[in-house]
Design a protein around this ligand. Structure first.
Ligand SMILES: C[S@@+](CC[C@H](N)C(=O)[O-])C[C@H]1O[C@@H](n2cnc3c(N)ncnc32)[C@H](O)[C@@H]1O
Length: 622
């Protein structure tokens, strides 16, 4: 059972996940900031509806293809041309001219764009260098190495093809000069593109590219923890030429705490390498700054000298060339309890020679090489558990002909200075911690910002997709509406026709009902098509009983078989009128002579579609 994300054991599961990715997938995320890593992983886990890191590890084991998704989610590729425009303007105005001035043509200019994502930053650099050197100078002298761990992003960089939206930060003039339009895309000029070399490089694990004049690594270091950042920066120092410069992202100020680089412009995060020679010089200056100039000139005014010597607030003892005490000033007497009778005694016999610090060996050294010796921050316990801090200086006193006159030993009380130093150190550390916190918050803000930007981009894509689906729906709607209108028109026409037909039918029915004869219409196969009310009355069958039946099969009082021949004659067109009189029995059983006339049922085309039979009692009967 694995732990939910907010339980302490989830940290172990999380670390196990990082170790799994390192051991089984070969990618080491252990130097990345945990906060950002957790957020990005949670994003994937939410998409898969997995709640615990342990379960996600199981999922990765079963679905190796998930690693690509996770990798793409963790490595945020947010980038753009001339991101933080003012810093790029500063780069163009101050840094690139300085870089070019430091190089004699045709010396090559080597640049590294580390964490280049899909190449926008790299081509921004190419544009600025080409603007400063001209196309020919650029082609001959510039090499830009563009690296990243994300192969997919590098692929986009290699294609050098961008949308109009990507190119919005590039001025129309530079766009025309450096990009060729291919369809709706813009491709970076191929002749300048050749100066850019894209390659996979892991800042944490791989050796750096060397002999660089400019190293651009923006918005990438901030994803790493402080230790990893420091390690990468040490490699950057190694990678740069002595006058090489670094251009970082606007949240990446860590360099100010590292001795490797000096700021060129803090706000724009541009730094210059501190070369090794300069480091050495600095140390010398620091060492030299500590020297104390002693004025040991003797004057003929011995008393004045003695009084002055006595009045010096710094405790001082002077030895002759044989290590005997020759002079002791007032401060030394009061501070160390030395008495006037100690004058002339060998210094080694005094307590002061071994306490608070052992001075024998140092004094011996001064006698031997005639060089001053200095001991700093010597702790001297005082009554009431107090502590005094002393700087002890032993200076050889030389005559004008450089013969040794003696040694001056001074004891400077630096307790106050020391306390201030401790306080200063404490404040410095507090400041450093505060600075680190601020820095880390700043970086955190920046990473969150980038994550937000990436989410916004995702949302924008989804929005665009939704918009296109919406447009699709809208067009379908319009099509449906127009179909609907057509149907409506057809419907109206149909209704009119039906009304017409109904009217015709009613008209026909009233004609048939008004006839005083039984009227029957049959088709060419003798099937009954029409049967009026008089026929019903005469033969005792309703219309619905006979419609569709063969007239020849009817069992009525009429000898129908005898009608076959006259009906056929009309159907075949041999006659247009036939009349027969048949002896018939009506439905009531009365026998009568029925006169039957047959006329053609003529269709719209003038063809004979059947026969109309009119049947009535022959007149004069009844
Ligand atoms: C936010 S983008 C910065 C892109 C560009 N430098 C800029 O500022 O516009 C961070 C880039 O760092 C890359 N990256 C992350 N880890 C890396 C590593 N270990 N080595 C090299 N690149 C890395 C990512 O793939 C991503 O493309």
């Amino acid at each position: 059972m694995s732990a939910p994300l907010d339980e302490p054991s989830s940290t172990q599961e999380f670390e196990a996940l990082i170790a799994y990715l390192k051991n089984n997938r070969g990618f080491d995320f252990s130097g990345y900031k945990r906060s950002s890593l957790r957020r990005r992983m949670s994003k994937r886990m939410q998409a898969l509806r997995v709640e615990r890191y342990g379960d996600y590890l199981d999922y990765l084991e079963v679905h190796p293809e998930e690693f690509v998704q996770l990798f793409n989610t963790i490595l945020i590729n947010v980038t753009g041309f001339f991101r933080d425009t003012t810093s790029w303007e500063f780069l163009a105005a101050e840094v690139i001219p300085r870089l070019i001035a430091g190089k004699q043509p045709p010396e090559p200019i080597r640049v590294w764009s580390a964490g280049c994502a899909s190449g926008e930053e790299t081509y921004s650099l190419a544009i600025m260098l080409a603007e400063a050197l001209g196309f020919e100078g650029f082609r001959q002298r510039v090499k830009i190495y563009a690296t990243d761990v994300d192969e997919a992003a590098l692929g986009q960089g290699r294609h050098a093809s961008y949308s109009a939206r990507d190119l919005q930060p590039v001025s129309p003039e530079l766009r025309r000069k450096y990009f060729e339009q291919v369809g709706d895309r813009f491709v970076f000029r191929p002749d300048l593109r050749r100066a850019v070399i894209f390659g996979r490089h892991d800042l944490v694990q791989d050796a750096p590219i060397s002999r660089l004049d400019l190293l651009v690594c923006r918005n990438t270091l901030m994803y790493f923890n402080a230790e990893t950042q420091a390690r990468i920066l040490a490699r950057f120092h190694f990678a740069l030429n002595d006058t090489g410069m670094v251009f970082l992202g606007k949240a990446e100020m860590l360099l100010t705490r590292v001795n490797f680089f000096n700021p060129v412009h803090l706000k724009h995060c541009i730094f210059v390498k501190v070369s090794r020679a300069t480091l050495r010089d600095r140390l010398l200056i620091v060492a030299q700054a500590g020297n104390l100039e002693l004025n040991n000139r003797f004057t003929s005014h011995v008393r004045l000298r003695d009084a002055a010597f006595d009045a010096t607030p710094v405790a001082q003892v002077v030895l002759d060339p044989h290590s005997n005490v020759w002079l002791i000033n007032q401060a030394a007497r009061t501070s160390f309890g030395i008495l006037p009778q100690d004058m002339g005694r060998p210094f080694y016999e005094l307590d002061l020679s071994s306490r608070p610090v052992e001075l024998h060996s140092h004094i011996k050294q001064v006698y031997a090489d005639l060089q001053p010796q200095r001991l700093t921050n010597i702790e001297r316990p005082l009554p009431e558990s107090k502590t005094q801090f002393l700087d002890v200086q032993m200076i050889p006193l030389l005559d004008t002909d450089s013969t040794l006159l003696g040694i001056s030993i001074t004891f400077h009380d630096v307790t106050h200075h020391r306390l201030l130093q401790v306080e200063l150190e404490k404040s410095r550390q507090e400041l450093e911690t505060a600075y680190e916190e601020l820095q880390s918050t700043n970086e955190e803000l920046e990473t969150t910002n980038e994550e937000l930007q990436s989410t916004v981009e995702e949302l924008e894509t989804t929005n665009e997709e939704l918009q296109s689906t919406n447009e699709e729906l809208e067009t379908m709607n319009e099509e449906l509406q127009s179909g609907n209108e057509e149907l409506q028109t057809i419907n109206d026409e149909l209704r009119e026709r039906t009304d017409e037909v109904n009217r015709s039918k009613a008209f026909l029915e009233s004609i048939l009902a008004s006839l005083h004869a039984a009227a029957v219409a049959v088709d060419r196969d003798f099937h009954i098509l029409m049967w009026n009310a008089e026929a019903d009355e005469l033969w005792g069958l309703r219309e619905d009983e006979v419609l569709g039946q063969s007239f020849m099969n009817l069992d009525i009082g009429l000898p129908v078989e005898q009608l076959r021949t006259p009906v056929r004659a009309v159907l075949t067109g041999r006659a247009t009128f036939q009349e027969v009189v048949l002896e018939t029995t009506n439905r009531r059983g009365r026998v009568f002579q029925c006169r039957v006339t047959c006329t053609p049922l003529v269709g719209a085309e003038g063809d004979t579609q059947g026969v109309i039979l009119l049947m009535e009692e022959r007149s004069g009967q009844a």
